[in-house]
Design a protein around this ligand. Structure first.
Ligand code: MG
Length: 247
C-alpha cells in the first residue's frame, strides 16, 4: 500500500526538509581537509536542536548519530568518528529529520579540497541521475520509470548503481512502501498518484555495483574499494508536478 498524503501532511515533511537544506549549506562550508566526521555531526545536531527538529537517524535501530558520513569507498551508513577528512576525499552526508510526527530524508556528496576528474564526474553523474529520476515523478509515470531512468543514465556514463539499498516512501515513518530500487523495467510497477511522497536516493559506484557491510555492522563499502557517491531528496507528487521538499 502506498500512502497518499494530504497537503497538510506534505507541509509537515517540507518544514524539516527546508531546514535540512539550509543545514547542508552550512556543512558544505565546513568541509575542508582536517575536519573530523564527528565535528560535522556535532554541527548538525546543534543546528537541528536550535531549529526544533529531531534528528531521525539518531537512535534508529541503535545508530549513534544524526548524520551518516561516508568517505570515499564508503557507500552509506558511515558512523561519525575522529577520522579527519583529507584533501582529495569525497564525503557523503545523509540525514533525516522529524517534525510533528513526519519525516524528511536527504543526502549529498561533497568534495574535500581538490579531487580527481573522475571523482568529479562520479558526483556530477549521481546528482544528475537524481534530477532525471525526479523528472519522471508524475501521474503519467509508473514507479519503475523512476528506477530505470537512474540505472540508464548511470550506466551510460560508465558507472554502476548499488542494488542492495533502495529509495522508499516516506511520511509518518522514515521507510514506508514502496521500495524504490535504482534499477528497473520502465512502464512497470504501480501507477504514480498525486499525494505520494518518496525519498529517491541513487547510490552510484565508480566500479562494481557490489557492496559489503563492515564489522561495525553499519558502514557499507564497495567490494572493490572504489569510490561511491550518494544523493537523495524527499519529493512530493503534486498537481503541479514533482515538488522537492528538501531543497
Ligand atoms: Mg533514505
Amino acid at each position: 500500500m502506498i500512502a497518499i498524503k494530504t497537503l497538510e501532511q506534505i507541509e509537515k515533511i517540507s518544514y524539516s526538509g527546508k531546514i535540512l537544506s539550509k543545514l547542508f549549506q552550512i556543512l558544505e562550508n565546513r568541509i575542508k581537509p582536517g575536519i573530523t566526521t564527528e565535528a560535522l555531526n556535532e554541527i548538525a545536531e546543534e543546528y537541528m536542536e536550535k531549529r526544533g527538529i529531531k534528528p531521525a537517524f539518531k537512535g534508529y535501530k541503535g545508530f549513534p548519530a544524526a548524520l551518516c558520513v561516508s568517505v570515499n569507498e564508503e557507500v552509506v551508513h558511515g558512523i561519525p568518528s575522529k577520522r579527519a577528512l583529507e584533501e582529495g576525499d569525497i564525503v557523503s552526508i545523509d540525514m533525516g529529520a522529524i517534525h510533528k510526527g513526519f519525516f524528511s530524508d536527504a543526502a549529498r556528496t561533497y568534495s574535500v579540497g581538490q579531487i580527481s576528474t573522475l571523482k568529479q564526474k562520479l558526483i556530477a553523474v549521481t546528482k544528475k541521475s537524481l534530477d532525471i529520476a525526479i523528472s519522471n515523478m508524475s501521474e503519467k509515470n509508473k514507479l519503475f520509470d523512476i528506477s530505470h531512468s537512474i540505472e540508464e543514465y548511470v550506466g551510460n556514463n560508465g558507472f554502476s548503481v548499488v542494488r542492495d539499498f533502495v529509495g522508499h516512501g516516506i511520511g509518518e515513518k522514515m521507510h514506508e512502501d514502496p521500495q524504490i530500487p535504482n534499477f528497473g523495467v520502465p512502464d512497470t510497477g504501480p501507477q504514480l498518484e498525486i499525494g505520494m511522497v518518496f525519498a529517491i536516493e541513487p547510490m552510484v559506484n565508480m566500479g562494481t555495483s557490489e557492496v559489503e557491510v563492515l564489522g561495525d555492522h553499519w558502514t557499507v563499502v564497495t567490494k572493490d574499494k572504489m569510490p561511491s557517491a550518494h544523493f537523495e531528496d524527499t519529493i512530493a507528487i503534486t498537481d503541479k508536478g514533482p515538488v522537492i521538499l528538501t531543497r
